[in-house]
Design a protein around this ligand. Structure first.
Ligand code: APR
Ligand code: PHB
Length: 390
């Protein structure tokens, strides 16, 4: 079997790429190791930059998004018990969109079902071959049989734990990484959000974030040790701890209720360079991870996919490979700016167990500076709403 682009992974990156390529008349096959139900049930972040919204609309998967999304003109930063609003719209001219990544995933899956894209779910032992030749191959097992697909190109969209990045020889890939000494305990509940915009709180007991999925569904996060056992957290314990960390006026109006989900996610900054090896191109979490503090993960994946689509369609329509050759550098320029921002925002808002008293004082000073300086707030706003696509 032959396809033009073989895609590994049916997360947001793989499915968006398949959708944009499909619309451009480029054939592709997607191999995914999980089941559709698993993918639909996965709860991830929920904040989209305008460029991401535009790309989803261009991909024809924006109808429900435009109907159901919440638009936020600002965001709050809280510390020392006080709340400070950053007016994103006034400072940057742009807004952000709240719409759950699980919904983006569902919209993409529905669009593919309607257009008949070949997506092989529960593909086992996916492996990549012949990447430096001109007919790379994907092999996998399903139903007790071995299958092989020859491709013109392979897109590695299989996330941080996938096989695509591992298929690149170690001496041609360079890894930049920082693992943080804490994780986020997330909880979802059908309760109205505590505030109409997000609140990022720096508190001596640890960071807390109040976010949402809709006007009736809230998402809250607490900084916890990286090895925290979610089994140790009852709903009651979560709500009590959240109330202790967020400012008193927010805690006073917080609506509690049963949790729909609770899970712990580690925090990591990670970049693999370059994003290309022969005819393999990495996109999304397979190439880079950001800590969730700046909500950049999905947005970066969408930007990669947009660049890769442009590069592949240019190749198929004009035979030119200049955009393919420039793909890695073009993505990395954006990735590193988002890495810097996510790392900075994490340092600003979290309590680091090993921080020197000097570093803690400097963090306090930075927060105080930020809320007193329009220049500093403009820098935050410009990055938070998303830098130009480049
Ligand atoms: N074979 C086939 N599929 C695989 C394999 C494999 N060996 N390994 C992983 N996958 C699949 C996973 O099951 C998953 O569905 O690849 C997909 C990768 O999806 P994501 O992890 O969501 O990565 P990506 O599409 O790049 O998502 C980018 O989504 O949740 C965020 O943090 C993420 O925000 C980022 C964005
Ligand atoms: C979320 O809504 O889950 C969310 C929002 C903003 C973040 C991280 C997560 O920075």
């Amino acid at each position: 079997m032959h396809t033009q682009v073989g895609i590994v992974g049916a997360g947001p990156a793989g499915l968006l790429l398949a959708r944009l390529l499909g619309l451009a008349g480029v054939s592709c096959v997607v191999l995914e190791k999980r089941t559709p139900d698993y993918l639909r049930a996965r709860i991830r972040a929920g904040l989209l930059e305008q460029g991401t919204v535009d790309t989803l609309v261009d991909a024809g998967v924006g109808d429900r998004l435009m109907r159901e999304r919440l638009i936020h003109d600002g965001v709050e930063l809280a510390f020392d018990g006080r709340r400070h609003r950053i007016d994103l719209k006034a400072l940057s001219g742009k807004v952000v969109t709240i719409y759950g990544q699980a919904e983006v995933q569902a919209d993409l899956m529905d669009a593919h079902a309607a257009m008949g894209t070949e997506i092989v779910y529960e593909a086992e032992d996916v492996s990549l071959h012949g990447l430096t030749g001109d007919k790379p191959r994907l092999r996998y097992h399903k139903g007790g049989q071995t299958h092989e697909i020859t491709c013109d190109f392979i897109a590695g969209c299989d996330g941080f734990h996938g096989v695509s990045r591992q298929a690149i020889p170690q001496d041609v890939i360079r890894i930049y990484e920082r693992v943080y000494p804490f994780g986020w305990l997330g909880m979802l509940s059908d309760t109205p959000p505590v505030n109409h915009e997000l609140i990022y709180t720096n508190h001596e007991r640890g960071f807390a974030l109040c976010t949402m999925r809709s006007l009736t569904r809230s998402r809250y996060y607490l900084q916890v040790p990286a090895d925290e056992d979610v089994g140790d957290w009852s709903d009651d314990r979560f709500w009590t701890e959240l109330k202790r960390r967020i400012p008193a006026d927010a805690a006073a109006v917080l609506k509690t209720g049963p949790s729909l989900e609770m899970s712990v996610a580690p925090l990591r900054s990670f970049v693999a360079e370059p994003l290309r090896y022969g005819r393999l191109f990495l996109a999304g979490d397979s190439a880079h991870i950001v800590p969730p503090t700046g909500a950049k993960g999905l947005n970066l994946a969408v930007a990669d996919v947009r660049f890769l689509t442009e590069a592949l369609t240019r190749f198929y329509t004009s035979g030119r490979s200049d955009l393919l050759d420039g793909y890695s550098d073009r993505c990395l320029a954006r990735v590193w700016k988002a890495q810097r921002f996510s790392w900075w925002m994490t340092n600003l808002t979290h309590r680091f167990p090993e921080a020197l008293p000097f570093e803690r004082r400097a963090q306090s000073a930075e927060l105080a500076y930020l809320v007193s300086s329009q220049a500093a707030q403009t820098t935050l706003a410009e990055n938070y709403v998303g830098l130009a696509l480049g």
